[in-house]
Design a protein around this ligand. Structure first.
Ligand code: ZN
Length: 284
């Protein structure tokens, strides 16, 4: 699956002007989903995947996110040796086992998230960052276990926990075992709460399904990036169920803040100072 739509600029097409030769520019340019302008990809990358023309937030992978949020981009990562064992022997278009191996190869990750310990403005934190490139950032047995362990580590080390979500929800290739993770993580977060340690949930585009229905909305504060799609069921399913047209901007961060579902919309480049301020507040 490609996360970024690429339109070929004219220079890339074979034409009489370029002697019928194709000029290789593939991957250098990208069209913005929001303002439809063509942006130089390098420029987009140096701006943390935010459109330089309109401020649209493109998705970013977990390593980039950690580099942005943790001091010096440095962190210790955990549970990199956990791999799903395909408990149901699931096969759809391809065997689930093959899908896992190809995702591991393409992303260099062992699961749809990175669990890290680092410092945020000098304060020790545990941070789990989901990666939408790994099977849509979906949550299954390994992802659930890694987050539960991060919660336990936060309690052992008496640090706050931050989870940055980007997820299509529970991974159905692991059926009920995926669904169980919602309860497992929620129970772990309750213990964190009882220990008096803060948990901040950061929702990014897209956060849907069981992630929204569990730890995504269980933070002491729940904040989101601008324009992020956040919901449980998709808008079409809801419209068919309630037989009503949904309002404009439904399930986007700004709409959810306005209707009391989220605490704040925080732009990507302001996220670190915002988290730092929030952690200072909780510490006091
Ligand atoms: Zn744009």
């Amino acid at each position: 699956m490609s996360w970024f739509k690429r339109d070929k600029p004219d220079s890339q097409k074979a034409s009489p002007e370029n002697g019928g030769r194709r000029v290789k520019t593939e991957g250098l340019w990208q069209k913005c989903d929001a303002c439809r302008q063509i942006i130089w990809k390098k420029e987009l990358e140096t701006n943390w995947n935010i459109c330089t023309k309109c401020g649209h937030h493109f998705r970013i992978d977990a390593p980039t996110r950690l580099r942005l949020l943790l001091d010096g981009g440095e962190y210790e990562s955990f549970d990199r040796d956990l791999h799903s064992i395909d408990p149901l022997g699931f096969v759809d278009k391809q065997p689930y086992r093959d899908k896992l191996r190809s995702s591991e190869r393409d992303t260099g990750l062992n699961a749809a998230l990175i669990s890290a310990a680092g410092a945020l403005d000098g304060r020790a934190v545990q941070m789990c960052v989901m990666d939408p490139k790994f099977i849509g950032g979906s949550m299954a047995s390994v992802e659930g276990e890694i987050i539960a362990r991060a919660v336990e580590r936060a309690m052992e080390r008496e640090t706050p926990l931050i989870i940055v979500s980007a997820s299509g929800g529970m991974r159905m290739q692991e059926g009920a075992i995926s669904l169980m993770q919602m309860a497992k993580i929620s129970a772990a977060l309750m213990r964190l709460d009882e220990a008096g340690l803060p948990y901040i949930s950061v929702l990014t585009d897209p956060t849907t399904g069981g992630v929204t229905a569990s730890y995504g909305m269980l933070g002491d504060i729940n904040i989101a990036e601008p324009g992020a799609l956040i919901g449980f069921a998709g808008p079409r399913v809801i419209e068919q169920t309630i037989r009503q047209k949904l309002p404009e901007g439904f399930q986007r961060s700004e709409f959810l803040v306005k209707h009391g579902m989220l605490d704040a919309v925080v732009p990507r480049l302001e996220m670190k100072p915002y988290l730092s301020k929030a952690l200072r507040f909780f510490a006091a």
